[in-house]
Design a protein around this ligand. Sequence first.
Ligand code: CUA
Length: 340
Amino acid sequence: MFKLRLKRLWYARQSIRVSAVVCALTSLAGCTGVQSALDPAGREASRIAEIFWWMTGGALVVWIGVIILALWAARARAEAHNLVRTRFMIVGGGAVVPTVVLTVLLIYGLAPIPALHAPAPAGSLKIAVTGEQWWWRVRYLRPNAEPVVLANEIRLPLGEPVEFQLDSPDVIHSFWIPSLAGKMDMIPGRVTRLVINATRTGSFRGACAEYCGESHALMAFPVVVQEKEEFTRWLTAQAQPAQIPPEAGAALGQELFLANGCGACHTVRGTPAAGVIGPDLTHVGSRLSIAAGTLTNEPEEFTRWVAHTTVVKPGALMPTFQMLPPEQLRSLSLYLEALK
Ligand code: CUA
């Protein structure tokens, strides 16, 4: 009987240990990755991560102090206490210490805000991003030239300040690339600004951080920070009109794209398709994901998107083309995939 109890106790202790390790590992997993504010790759995100760690440290010190006091109170004998010392504890611990600690942390937390909101230097790259339902309209603004329009993907040059001009035609979204900077609301009727200085090349993930409707969680975008030359090559390619794909299936796909009215909502530069309601598809085949970070960029996924749009993304404004025969859907997908 005694042995059995010992064994149970041993199992209980082991399971507590295992749970503690699992909890610690899952918490630490949140500290890295393509969408972690605690693994910064931008000047603004580094400053925010620093504030987070100091705040966490401050909270930890306060928590340890409270636990020590609670243990002390639990063990104190029930007897008359020294009145001066008791008052000192109540006024000091209850009012003075919290006021001082919170004031210091508040000043420390507010101090970097003016620098984080400072405008980008003149001549910086400017990118206008509009929050749509539920995707991102992206325009690289160029002096004395038409903007380069794309969607659901952002690339940035390393080490250069970039100004984002953010807005929305209908509901409030929030533009957030946790690895690079803080978040900024996109508010209908006004343009908000956010400056990002990327400090490390790599692939990251941005997301909408403000509930904006049923597919709010399906509104993401890949972000790539590249060396300047590589970035310039990419932007130059994005500015070009679409190359008409030579593959037979793709050519048929283009005919179907135009015949089914896709061009009423989508633009494919270099073709009669010039709609501006939906995403610009001129180079959609070159993107790292489709449907705003929801699907991988493969022909099968294009088919799934076109045939089951509102299943993949509930509430999406794009009509579903489920009535098209499978071979036509296949040709359409080949065409979209070929728009590199
Ligand atoms: Cu857009 Cu949430």
